[in-house]
Design a protein around this ligand. Structure first.
Ligand code: GLU
Length: 430
């Protein structure tokens, strides 16, 4: 056992001058670990990923040429259970980014108290330029390349940026073919017809809506008529907009890869979704005026939901943000250096590891249903998720109040404490 009297006490503070995703995660981790007086040995363990795999993925392209792609899978920590976390397909994905995302998954699963560790995967590719056949061959070969990590008890992937149910079906099938029997619980976010859970597709956006509702209630803002701007109109952004609108919010701004759109009377989200279904992006949507993409984040509103990518709110624009609440639908949308600026401005930030945890919570339900072989109704899924999100919000809020820190650091404290306790009970295997 490590010596618990040996506490870390960094001399210097709290936010490092960095913007790199892993460093950004680490600077918050260090701050929370310091406030927790985390044991030095545990601190060292939790600063490092358990395993990192890099694979070359040869794919026969439609033109008869072979291309080789690079893929990653990082298991950050598995002391609380199997690795859990999505796979993203993106041109710019790096091992450092995947490592940060895997660490965030570790804290996220602990915040919502589900029995998983944290993992993440990524393949460097431009999915928009691949045919369906190429995408399938890429997915299957990547799955085969990381197969020794995968398994319902060891590592369970899910969708993330640019991956979806169909891709999860190929992951499940490839794994099952290697194991000579069907293993549904090896991956979550599958199509409902083949073991997916009802409510999984909407789960992240539903979770965003639930914690936003809790936050505005704490601030005494009426949800009916509250103005909202949403960056990102993929799965998370579109469902969050839809459900917040159902709660009575006015969605005054939305944006996607094609641009940003504004309507002070409120955007008809159903119409925008219909437009995207036929046109792929919001470009040309007639129900709103266009504006510069950076203006979307700077709109005066009650709630801002960044639901696109990392590092959108940085010291470059943090000063110009005019919202009361930021609900982080994406992973890592706020850089570490922007945190103190937002805090200074009195903006309540619902951190990613709480705000977007509805997705992994329903992934957990999917895994449970697959293992038991008994499927739940949509009401049961949604009720349980809502209860868990509210409880997690309250725990983060109480922790933040107790330590007199922002919600983000409260969430890290809660998560690190849970992971560290498990690690301590398990001990260091020698
Ligand atoms: N990719 C999602 C996330 O970042 C879901 C992960 C999962 O369900 O395992 O939380």
């Amino acid at each position: 056992m490590t010596d618990i009297t040996n506490f870390i006490r960094p001399e210097k503070p709290l936010f490092l001058a960095v913007e790199h995703p892993f460093e950004a995660m680490m600077s918050r981790f260090d701050y929370a670990a310091q406030l927790l007086n985390l044991d030095r040995g545990l601190y060292k363990v939790l600063r490092n990923p358990d395993r990192q795999i890099i694979v070359s993925i040869p794919v026969l392209m439609d033109n008869g040429e072979v291309e080789v792609f690079t893929g990653y899978r990082v298991l950050y920590n598995t002391s609380r259970g199997p690795g859990k976390g999505g796979i993203r397909f993106d041109k710019n994905v790096t091992l450092e980014e995947v490592k940060a995302l895997a660490a965030w998954m570790t804290w996220k699963c602990a915040v919502v108290n589900i029995p998983f560790g944290g993992a993440k995967g990524g393949v460097v590719c431009d999915p928009m330029s691949l045919s369906v056949g190429e995408l399938e061959r890429l997915t299957r070969r990547y799955t085969a390349g990381i197969i020794e990590l995968l398994g319902p008890d060891s590592d369970v992937p899910a969708p993330d940026v640019n991956t979806n149910e169909r891709i999860m079906a190929w992951v499940m099938d490839t794994y099952s073919m290697h194991h000579r029997h069907t293993v549904t619980a090896v991956v979550t976010g599958k199509p409902v017809e083949m073991g997916g859970s009802l409510g999984r597709r909407e789960a992240t956006g539903r979770g965003v809506m639930i914690v936003t509702r809790e936050a505005v209630r704490h601030l005494g803002i009426d949800i009916i008529g509250a103005t909202v701007a949403v960056q990102g109109f993929g799965n998370v952004g579109s469902v969050s907009s839809q459900l917040l609108r159902e709660q009575g919010c006015k969605i005054i701004g939305v944006g996607d890869i094609s641009g940003a759109f504004y309507n002070k009377k409120g955007i008809d989200i159903e119409k925008a979704l219909e437009w995207v279904r036929t046109n792929r992006t919001l470009a040309g949507f007639p129900g709103a005026e266009t504006m510069e993409p950076e203006e979307l984040l700077e709109l005066e509103c009650d709630v801002l939901v960044p639901a696109a990518k990392e590092d959108q709110i940085t010291p470059r624009n943090a000063e110009k943000i005019r919202t009361k609440v930021i609900c982080e639908g994406a992973n890592g949308p706020t850089s570490a250096k922007a945190d103190p600026i937002l805090q200074e401005k009195g903006i309540l930030v619902i951190p990613d590891i709480l705000a977007n945890a509805g997705g992994v919570t329903v992934s957990y339900f999917e895994w449970v249903q697959n293992r038991v072989g008994y499927f739940w109704s949509l009401d049961r899924v949604n009720d349980r998720m809502e209860r868990m999100m509210k409880e997690s919000f309250d725990s983060v809020y109480e922790t933040a109040e107790r330590y007199k820190v922002p919600l983000r650091i409260g969430a890290y404290i809660l998560a690190i404490d849970k992971v560290a306790r498990t690690l301590k009970l398990r001990g260091i295997y020698a």
